[in-house]
Design a protein around this ligand. Structure first.
Ligand code: DX5
Ligand code: ZN
Length: 223
């Protein structure tokens, strides 16, 4: 099991003062910055692109930036995000015609590669590609919006993918995204996640350090 990572999703941040929001959340104990990219095509919402990623780097953000691509096609935008300072780039297999090629493309640009499974995507999509991944991201909501409720079937899926990852013997992260809150993060951690995205649960609170602290304590209690 990898070390615990809390990755606040800036989708729920105040975009009018994004640099400050990211500084604050990192100073409050967050480990990564989760960066949701939506294209109004693969998902019915439109958010931010490489320019904003680059702006955060220029602002001085040194923490890993975890880019979650909800775009189709995928490959065209990968080099732009690598150049903009992305650390991890994850994509949905449904959005790429050649999943293995996209993984190779991400890694050839010096980034870590992740594959994202929607709530209805079977775990078998990981067959033949898991060994080449740095991260598996399981969606516990349907992608497109923050503030949705955690879909309980993600817990069983976490247990299944945890076993698959353990069988590889490789340090592949297992990340969960959607509806993660202080009161359910414990059971999510117990099911096998080590990397936790949380948007509304963190940015919806006044005291980021308090909520991140409570999340980390709840995960630690399961270890
Ligand atoms: C949804 C995004 C999530 C979203 C999570 O498509 O991938 O990262 O910001 O938001 P919460 O934590 O509010 O469910
Ligand atoms: Zn996300």
């Amino acid at each position: 099991m990898q070390s615990t990572v809390i990755a606040p999703s800036i989708l729920s941040a105040n975009f009018a003062k994004l640099g400050e929001e990211v500084d604050q959340v990192l100073a409050s104990g967050a480990d990564w910055v989760h960066f949701d990219v939506m294209d109004n095509h693969y998902v019915p919402n439109l958010t931010i692109g490489p320019l904003v990623c680059e702006a955060l780097r220029k602002h001085g953000v040194t923490a890993p930036i975890d880019v979650h691509l909800m775009v189709q096609p995928v490959d065209r935008i990968v080099p732009d995000f690598a150049k903009a300072g992305a650390s991890v780039i994850s994509f949905h297999p449904e959005a790429s015609a050649h999943v293995h090629r996209t993984v190779q493309l991400i890694r050839s640009h010096g980034c870590q590669a992740g594959l994202v499974l929607n709530p209805a995507t079977p775990v078998e999509v990981l067959d033949y590609v898991l060994d080449d991944l740095d991260l598996v991201l399981l969606m516990s909501v349907n992608p497109g919006f923050g503030g949705q409720s955690f879909i309980p079937s993600a817990l069983d899926k976490l247990r299944r993918v945890r076993a698959m990852i353990d069988a590889t013997g490789k340090p592949i992260r297992l990340e969960i995204d959607g509806g993660v809150k202080p009161d359910n993060i414990g059971e999510i951690a117990a099911a096998g996640a080590d990397t936790f995205v949380a948007g509304s649960a963190i940015f919806g609170q006044r005291d980021y350090a308090d909520v991140i602290g409570r999340m980390k304590a709840a995960v630690a209690a399961t270890r």
